[in-house]
Design a protein around this ligand. Structure first.
Ligand code: C2G
Length: 131
């Protein structure tokens, strides 16, 4: 049994999100997803997500291949989450490459390529341009 953990905001859910979750799940048998809280997102990006954390977690929880979902309250707690959920592998998109190497003492750390050409920021900007 290989337990995979990954993290993200997953705001305005799109195909880049589903692809990384599917590829993460394919690396093991059990996928645990930490969904960044609204406050954590504000501290990272100086804006609140479009979808509140309860809805973002509901969407992620409904996906085939996602086995467990929890709220990620702080970037500093990543090591604690890895231990708590007994993760064997941490998967992140390659926009984070190198950033989580410190956790290699706790589990394997794998960065997967992002899906090109789509992002929540671009979607928000596109939607604004239609308004
Ligand atoms: N992603 C992707 N392709 C895209 C957009 C996103 O593969 N076109 C991946 C990101 O690399 C990340 C995951 O989808 O692994 C979630 O992306 P975000 O919601 O943007 O989350 P992020 O802000 O990277 O939060 O603790 C770490 C953070 O909470 C990660």
């Amino acid at each position: 049994m290989t337990r995979i953990i990954t993290f993200g905001t997953f705001d305005v859910f799109h195909v880049g999100h589903i692809r990384i979750l599917q590829r993460a799940r394919a690396l093991g048998d059990h996928l645990i997803v930490g969904v960044s809280s609204d406050n954590l997102n504000f501290s990272k990006k100086s804006r609140y997500p479009v979808y509140p954390e309860s809805e973002r977690m509901e969407i992620i929880r409904s996906l085939i291949g996602v086995d467990e979902v929890f709220r990620e309250d702080s970037l500093e707690l990543k090591g604690e989450y890895i231990k708590k959920y007994q993760a064997d592998v941490l998967v992140m998109g390659d926009d984070w490459v190198g950033r989580f190497d410190e956790f290699k003492s706790l589990c394997e750390v794998i960065y997967l390529p992002r899906t090109e050409g789509i992002s929540t920021t671009k979607l928000i900007s596109d939607i604004k341009s239609y308004a």
